[in-house]
Design a protein around this ligand. Sequence first.
Ligand SMILES: *[C@@H]1O[C@H](CO)[C@@H](O)[C@H](O)[C@H]1NC(C)=O
Ligand SMILES: *[C@@H]1O[C@H](CO)[C@@H](O)[C@H](O)[C@H]1NC(C)=O
Ligand SMILES: [Zn+2]
Length: 488
Amino acid sequence: MLFLVSIVSLLFSHALLSPTPDDPLFKHIDDHQHEYIQRLKDWVAIESDSSDPSKRDQVLHMMQVTKDYILQIGGTVEMAELGEQEYSSGKKLPLPPVILAEFGNDTNKPTVCFYGHMDVQPAKKADGWKTDPYVLEEKDGNLYGRGTSDDKGQILALLHAVESAKKFGLPVNVKLFIEGMEEVGSNGLEQLVEDKKDTFFSNVDYIVVTDTPWLSTKPGITYGARGNCYFFIEVEGARRDLHSGGFGGTVYEAMSDLVYLLGVLADVNGKILIPGIYDDVLPLNEQEKDLYKDLVFDLKDLKRDTGVNTFLHNTKEELLMHRWRFPSLSIHGIEGAFSGSGTKTVIPAKVIGKFSIRQVPNMNPSVVEKQVSDYLESKFAERKSPNKMKVSMVIGAQPWLANMSEPQYLAAQKAVKRVFNVDADMIRAGGTIPIAKNFEDVLGKGVMLLGVGGPDDAPHGQNEKISVYNYIEGTKLYASFLKELPSF
Ligand SMILES: *[C@@H]1O[C@H](CO)[C@@H](O)[C@H](O)[C@H]1NC(C)=O
Ligand SMILES: *[C@@H]1O[C@H](CO)[C@@H](O)[C@H](O)[C@H]1NC(C)=O
Ligand SMILES: [Zn+2]
C-alpha cells in the first residue's frame, strides 16, 4: 500500500448499494468471478515478498506470471531491466524487471496508463495470521491472504476489467506500468520513469494508480496527499556522557535544551507555533467544504479502533481536514537519550530530537526548512545556553494535489455512479505518496488514485483481505472507467 492509513469505518452496508445495472459487460464480469477468484488464489500463492532476499526468485516469478497473463489477454509486454541490488554485505540480487504493457495504440483514442505493484509485504502465520498468508481463503465474503488487497487483488481487478472491456471493444489505449519493489521503496523506478518519458510515456494522457483503499465501503477517489518535512535537532553539551551525581547542578544539559525546543513547536491543541508556517496553506473554499459533507466516516469507529477518546477535532469534517489538508507537526523520538527500563542516572552528552511536519499545498519544503530553522535558532538564542544546537531537514517530500476537473476524474466519478449508484467520496491521503508527485513532476501528466481496496483490508498487517464485493464490483469500476474516459 502506498500509505499506511487504514481506519476501520464499516457502516455503509453493502446491501444499501443498489445492484449494478443490467449491462453485458457487467454480466460478463459476474459470470467469470470464480475464475477471477481462482487467479487471485494462484497469484497469492507466489510469495513475492520483496523485502526477503531468499524470496527474490518468487518476485521474479511473479513478474513473469503477470507478463504471461497480459500476453494471454492480448497485450504486448516489454520487461524493463533494472539491474542488480547491492546489499551492504556485498551480496547482489537481481532487481525484478518492470512490466511495460500496452493494449492498443490507436492515435485517435486517449491513452491511460495504470501503475501498480506485484510484490508484497512480509507475512508469516506466526505473526498472528488466522490462516496461511499465502493460501487464499474465502470466509464470510472476504478473501484472506497476503497481497489480496495490496496490490495483487487491485491489479487483477484491473486486468480482468481490461480483458472484459476488450470483448466489447476497448474505447481507450491502455498501458500498464507494474513494478516488483514497491514495498521496499521502488528501487530504480524514478530513473526508469525519467528514461521512458519520451518513449513509453510519450503518448500517455492520464496516469492512474491502482494501489489505494477507500475511506469506507463507499468507493473513493484519491486526489491529494500531504508531503513530509522531517527534521533533526541536535544538541551537544559535554564531550562524553556524564553522571548526574557528579555533574548534576554543574552543567547546562543538552537534554533539557532539546526538551525545551521540542516543547515550543506546537501547543496542546496541535497548533504549530512556528511563525509563518500557515501562510501558504491553500485557503478552504465552499466548493472544497462541500466535498466533506457526504463522506462516510464515523468518529465512533475511529475511537474504537484507536482507543483514543478525545480527538483534537469533534466533527468528521474538521478531523478529516486536519488529516488531509492542514499541516500537522509530530514529535517522533530522541536519539541518544536513555530509553531503557530502570533508573539510569546519565546526563546524555549529545541528543537528537526528531520531528516532522506533514505539509500541504501550497507549502514549499525549502520555505518550511527556513521557517523551522529560524524559529528554533531564535528560541535557542533566547534560552542563552552555551551548548551547540543544529537543525537539519532530512526529508523534504512535496505534497500532491490533483486538478479534479481533469477528464480522468470525471470519468471515474461517472463510473462510480454507474456501478454503485452513489457519488464517489473524493478523498486525500494524510501520508505521502511519492509516486504520484513523481509521475506528475517528471511526465507533466495528471495523476489519479483509483483503488478498490476496502478501508479495513489491513494491507500491511495480519489477516490482509479484500472483500469479494470490492474485488468483483471493483473490476466493474475499472471496466466502466475505461468506457467513460473517451467521452470527456
Ligand atoms: C501498434 O500496434 C500494432 C499491433 O499490436 C503493431 O503491429 C504496431 O507496430 C504498433 N504501432 C506502434 C507505433 O507501436
Ligand atoms: C483543471 O483542468 C481543467 C480541465 O482540463 C482545466 O480547464 C483547468 O484550467 C485546470 N485548472 C488548473 C488550475 O490547472
Ligand atoms: Zn501497495
